[in-house]
Design a protein around this ligand. Structure first.
Ligand SMILES: Cc1ncc(COP(=O)(O)O)c(C=O)c1O
Length: 446
């Protein structure tokens, strides 16, 4: 490309040619050449309502016409107030305060700071260390990346990350459950790693335990073993450690309930959400904090030592509020659970005899497929084969957007693909998805 024709956009990957997305409707994105792509991953589990939903577009327009923006240092706004009330009512336990941000990384940054501030205000300033899990992803800002346990994403930045973070093993049944061990026994063993880490650290130093309720991009939709989070809750209670669940990907209906932890029967102290909250129509994330913890700050300094220009953005909140209303009016979360079961069966059928599909897992419409070299031994393909990168390209050629990634086994080796279509996906589109995916996987391996 000549210097004058060169794009001035700093792309995610500067050696890739990206098609230009020109239109979006329902489950499809159309590029500038007219080629249609089935959006089978909502980008990265974002577009839960599909593209071009008229009610969300109208709600945004109406908010823009009324009051596009007012800074939260000076004002609150109706959209933020209503959205916070709706989310608090719907969340487990039903009494929360909600801090609105612009995305998932920001929500986790806010969680890091609020957790530390809470302990300081309680007179427990000795608490200086977070515990998170290997193979996790909590975002790309420095704090959130420090929590994240994915070696590949951390590598370049390792020397400048926060070092007051320890990582325990994830709860990953397919790879870490022992022969003959029940799911429950494995869950208890995996949770026991938190006790051991807090014992080694000293409970007086533990700020919070961070975990994705269902591990998304780095492991490929891995749900916890039964009982795991109940035990984690107990350990956190016993040691005064805050329990923070990252539902940036798994929350907002994606797993068949508005909050994924509803299915684990636990109430964490904080929950971070984003992605499906704005369904891709606006940049919005939120940190949900149990009301009693916010009350402690209110009774103490009264001021959370944090803030950004776009906190509580009215237009983003208006979009997210309408997303919640659409969920309710169209019964979409129930639909997500049902369609999730259907899609999972379709994938199980399609790949039943496939020699390189090791595992199909997930919750609701957050599904993952692990690709292996050998189904019996679970051995991965060599990282040099670039299976996941090839799969992304082959899928795009075939008119399919899915979300493959590598490092499933240990952060470097292993491949999986995340499937997270919109909750409105139809039976016909499920067939289209499985057909295009299976052709793309074969082409990537072949
Ligand atoms: C579990 C989880 N946490 C945090 C993030 C970061 O969110 P964002 O990309 O909106 O900053 C992501 C993004 O993929 C995620 O999957």
């Amino acid at each position: 490309m000549s210097e004058t024709n060169r794009s001035r956009v700093f792309y995610r990957h500067l050696k890739t040619d990206y098609p230009s997305a020109a239109a979006g409707s329902g489950a499809y994105i159309t590029d500038a050449s007219g080629k249609q792509y089935l959006d089978a991953s909502g980008g990265a589990a974002i577009s839960c309502l599909g593209h071009g939903h008229p009610r969300i577009v109208a709600a945004i327009k109406q908010q823009l016409d009324t009051m596009a923006f007012a800074h939260t240092r000076f004002f609150t706004n109706e959209a933020a107030e209503e959205l916070a009330a709706v989310l608090s009512d719907k969340a487990p336990g039903g009494a929360w305060r909600v801090y609105f941000l612009s995305g998932g990384s920001e929500a986790n940054e806010a969680a890091i700071k609020l957790a530390r501030q809470l302990h300081v205000e309680r007179g427990e300033a000795s608490r200086d260390t977070f515990i998170a899990r290997q193979q996790s992803y909590h975002g790309n800002t420095i704090g959130a990346l420090s929590l994240s346990g994915n070696p590949h994403r951390r590598e370049v930045f390792e020397p400048v990350l926060m070092h007051q973070v320890r990582h325990i093993a994830p709860c990953f049944s397919y790879r870490l459950r022992q022969e003959g061990e029940s799911e429950e026994a494995y869950g208890a063993r995996a949770a026991g790693a938190l006790t051991a880490e807090i014992d080694a650290l000293g409970a007086e130093r533990a700020i919070a335990f961070f975990a994705e309720t269902v591990v998304g991009s780095t492991l490929g939709a891995v749900p916890p073993a039964p009982g795991y989070f109940k035990q984690i809750r107990q350990i956190c209670d016993d040691t005064g450690t805050l329990m923070i669940l990252d539902e940036v990907m798994a929350g907002m209906g994606r797993t068949g309930t508005l909050f994924s932890c509803e299915q684990d029967g636990v109430i964490p102290d904080m929950i971070s959400i984003a992605k499906g909250l704005g369904a891709g129509y606006q940049s919005i994330g939120a940190l949900m904090v149990r009301a009693e913890l916010a009350d402690e700050i209110e009774a103490g300094s009264g001021f959370f030592q944090h803030g950004h220009s776009y906190v509580g953005h009215p237009t983003a909140c208006a979009a997210a509020l309408e997303v919640q209303r659409v969920f309710d009016d169209e019964n979409l979360i129930e639909r997500c659970a049902k369609v999730g079961t259907k899609l999972r069966s379709a994938l199980a059928e399609t790949f039943a005899d496939h020699p390189h599909i090791g595992d199909i897992r997930g919750r609701g419409l957050l599904l993952g497929i692990e690709i292996v070299k050998n189904r019996e031994t679970k051995a991965p393909f060599s990282a040099k084969r670039n299976v996941s990168a090839k799969l992304k390209s082959r899928a795009m050629e075939n008119g399919l957007v899915c979300y493959p990634d590598s490092g499933t086994v240990d952060g470097l080796n292993g491949d999986h693909v995340l499937i997270a279509p919109p909750f409105i996906i139809t039976d016909g589109q499920i067939s289209e998805l499985t057909d295009k995916l299976s052709r793309s996987i074969d082409a990537a391996i072949g």
